[in-house]
Design a protein around this ligand. Structure first.
Ligand code: NZQ
Ligand code: ZN
Length: 384
């Protein structure tokens, strides 16, 4: 196991019916930016409940944070924070709203071009505190230090992170997720699954605790995912999914082990160019990454196949193939695409996507940095 620091200051408040408790989680006297996405949180009653709970606070509202949040939209919210001297941000929504609010929190305290915090990884020295009321379990953003921000004007989608961006709290009320359409539920299951394997399915690192955590979460998803699609109104399953997604990317299972993230990096470039949902890029790209990187991942591929999918028969090569097939089959069973062409991507997009990754220095991906441009192209060709 590699040496590591583990730090996660986010308070988790989990349970159905707990939205009113948001008032005690925000420092008294705060001037709050209440930020949300389109209309889902209004329609499912989450925003009205939060508004009622915040009756004692000065609140300014900002809605319209889009999926794959756009820096230009978020900069308008950062301006509002400055104009009204707001000092606490409350994000109500999915990963896009949570990520967007992290950028707003940073931009509101930054003099100069805030996009450079993302594009040039300019050092972040101050950010407003934020809390998250999560309505879509998927990204783990509610209790991690990262955010993924898009800038449609330049065709970019990039991540940035800082310990200053950990939310103070994440309010996880599974009842808020009952209104999710199947497509978003599936996106969340796939995203969570791929977060876990990107931190687990690399090479052995003498980290049995992390391996068993990861396998436990993967086994839970393998069971909970299909059950949730059959019984979307099951609050208990919704709760399991919510906690699983948080644990998938709150940094715990990723300490002390190598990370991959190739599917994510390529997926962000695919979304920036083709507008495909994050989860739907991953269900197509991840099996392709496994196919291209199967030699380097051989040992963990066998462990994953046996412990998650019960694959014990056949030669090592047959078992490795079966593990990759089981992954694709799981995504297909959920109704997630395993081909990007079905989502509107064309062969002519591959060159510009590889070039965009290179523009950001992303030419050597994967846990060993051996997924070079030729292999990235191969991944995209297989996933198409
Ligand atoms: O905009 P509204 O109307 O709220 O609708 C949203 C949106 O259309 C809807 N939705 C959310 N909660 C709902 C709901 N609809 C009905 N009922 C509810 N309870 O779902 C749609 C998608 O929302 P979004 O927030 O975009 O989805 P998700 O949570 O999957 O977030 C995706 C974003 O997070 C980034 C992705 O790249 C993408 O930009 N990621 C962030 C990460 C992080 N910060 O650690 C890691 C991830 O790998 C990921 O990259
Ligand atoms: Zn993801």
């Amino acid at each position: 196991m590699q040496a590591f620091d583990y730090y996660n200051p986010t308070r988790i408040v989990f349970g159905a019916g707990r939205l009113p408790e948001v008032a005690r989680l925000i420092p008294p006297g705060s001037r709050v930016l209440l930020a949300s996405g389109g209309s889902s949180a209004e329609r499912n009653g989450t925003l009205p409940a939060i508004r009622r709970a915040l009756a004692g606070f000065h609140v300014a509202e900002f809605s319209g944070i889009e999926a794959n949040p756009d820096a230009d939209t978020l900069l308008r919210a950062a301006r509002l924070c400055r104009e009204q001297a707001l000092d606490f941000i409350l994000a109500v929504g999915g990963g896009s709203v949570a990520d967007g609010c992290k950028f707003i929190a940073a931009a509101a305290c930054h003099d100069g071009d805030a996009w450079q915090l993302v594009a040039a990884q300019a050092p972040l020295t101050r950010a407003l505190p934020l809390g998250v009321v999560l309505t879509l379990p998927a990204t783990g953003s509610e209790s991690n230090d990262g955010a993924v921000i898009s800038r449609r004007a330049s065709g970019d989608k990039l991540d940035f992170s800082s310990p200053l961006l950990f939310p103070c709290f994440a309010l996880l009320d599974p009842a808020t997720t009952l209104s999710l359409p199947a497509r978003q539920t599936v996106n969340g299951i796939v995203d969570t699954f791929v977060h876990i394997v990107e931190q687990y399915l690399t090479y052995p690192a003498d980290a049995p605790v992390q391996d068993r955590f990861a396998e436990g979460l993967l086994l839970t998803l393998a069971k909970t995912g299909p059950a949730l699609l059959e019984r979307p109104d099951d609050l208990s399953l919704r709760g399991t999914m919510m906690w699983c997604a948080t644990l998938g990317l709150n940094r715990l299972i990723g300490v002390g082990v190598p990370h991959d993230w190739a599917a994510h990096m390529i997926g962000h470039a695919v979304t920036a160019r083709c507008g495909i949902d994050h989860g739907r890029t991953l269900s197509a790209l991840y099996p392709a990454v496994l196919a291209v990187q199967r030699v380097g991942k051989h040992d963990k591929l066998l462990q994953y196949g046996e412990r998650v999918w019960g694959i014990t028969e056949g030669s090592a090569e047959e078992r490795a193939s079966a593990a990759i097939d089981a992954t694709s089959r799981f995504f297909t069973q959920l109704g997630a695409p395993v081909h990007l062409a079905h989502e509107g991507m064309c062969a002519s997009d591959i060159g510009p996507i590889v070039a965009k990754l290179a523009e950001h220095g992303l030419t050597r991906l994967g846990e060993r940095g051996d997924l070079d441009q030729a292999r990235i192209r191969r991944v995209l060709e297989i996933a198409l």
